[in-house]
Design a protein around this ligand. Structure first.
Ligand SMILES: C[S@@+](CC[C@H](N)C(=O)[O-])C[C@H]1O[C@@H](n2cnc3c(N)ncnc32)[C@H](O)[C@@H]1O
Length: 279
């Protein structure tokens, strides 16, 4: 329903985090430079494809949890190249009236999302940068997107495996800006790779590969990830290793992560914005 809000160009020689992640998940929307970079990550960290699958499994569980809590609108920032079990498929599978806005900095991811969403008037995709939250909120204020997402009502804000691509304080400022724009009763969903338990050599090699992408990343500590939830109440079981977040049968596919959750190296949590007067 929505024109893709992007007029730039793609350099297929520069690997992209979105398309490398697509490669980890067995997708087809990647170029040779992405595949080469992804293979170098796998060389340094053979668990990378497993970690991607475990993360997708968490995303699906979190969306189902939010729908069960009455959330019918989702803002998925850093949504990536669409893959099996997209947010709109999970949410609209439970309630066909559920609404989703996908946001990503990667035009290939958004173009593909827009193609998949053609004819779906309850979901749309836009190119935007989390580091510019005011611009992102402005984009959401467009009449076509206001028809999909009503920010005066509770929203599920998904920042799943993406905040490490926004190192340092800008990420905290951006998340605060978005949290402030959400109605009470909204939820924040985060998964984030952390430095805990990662050996410095592996971290350095992986970081070296991402350094050459358009969005070089950085790991955070557990405390730094927890800080993103400031002002929100973490729902049980709190901030935990991703496979431990309300596991269900879906986790079966992520066998390795379930066997040793720390091996995933990624924390996950869901927080709720308190009702008015409760903060
Ligand atoms: C590892 S993928 C995660 C995709 C999806 N959220 C998931 O968990 O399956 C990270 C995504 O974040 C996007 N990204 C990185 N920096 C971003 C930024 N500043 N603003 C918006 N998206 C960004 C990348 O393009 C990529 O698609």
């Amino acid at each position: 329903m929505d024109p893709v809000q992007w007029t730039g160009s793609i350099d297929p020689e520069v690997p992209s985090a979105a398309r490398m992640y697509d490669f980890f998940l067995g997708g087809m929307h990647n170029f040779e430079a992405d595949r080469e970079a992804a293979r170098r990550v796998i060389e340094a960290m053979p668990d990378a494809p497993m970690i991607a699958r475990v993360n997708r499994s968490f995303l699906r569980r979190a969306v189902r949890f939010l729908v069960a809590r009455g959330i019918r609108q989702f803002l998925d920032v850093g949504s990536g190249v669409p893959t099996v079990g997209n947010v709109h498929e999970v949410a609209q599978g439970l309630d066909r009236d559920a609404r989703v806005v996908y946001v990503d900095i990667d035009p290939v991811a958004v173009t593909h999302a827009a193609q998949i969403l053609a004819g779906n008037d309850r979901a749309t995709a836009v190119v935007a940068d989390l580091r510019e939250p005011a611009e992102l909120l402005n984009l959401l204020d467009h009449p076509q997107r206001r028809a999909v997402l009503d920010l005066s009502r509770p929203v599920g804000l998904l920042l799943v495996s993406m905040l490490h691509f926004v190192p340092g304080e800008p990420a905290h400022r951006a998340v605060t800006g978005l949290k402030d724009a959400l109605a009470p009763g909204s939820y924040l969903v985060i998964s984030h790779p952390v430095s805990e338990g990662v050996d410095a050599q592996t971290a350095g090699r992986v970081q070296g590969v991402y350094q050459r992408t358009a969005t070089p990343g950085a790991l955070r500590t557990r405390a730094e990830v927890e800080r993103f939830f400031d002002g929100f109440a973490l729902v049980p079981p709190g901030l935990v290793w991703t496979p431990q977040w309300q596991p269900d049968d879906d986790v079966a596919e992520a066998d390795l992560g379930a066997a040793d959750p720390r091996r995933v190296g990624m924390l996950a949590g869901v927080g709720r914005k308190p009702d008015e007067g409760m903060a």
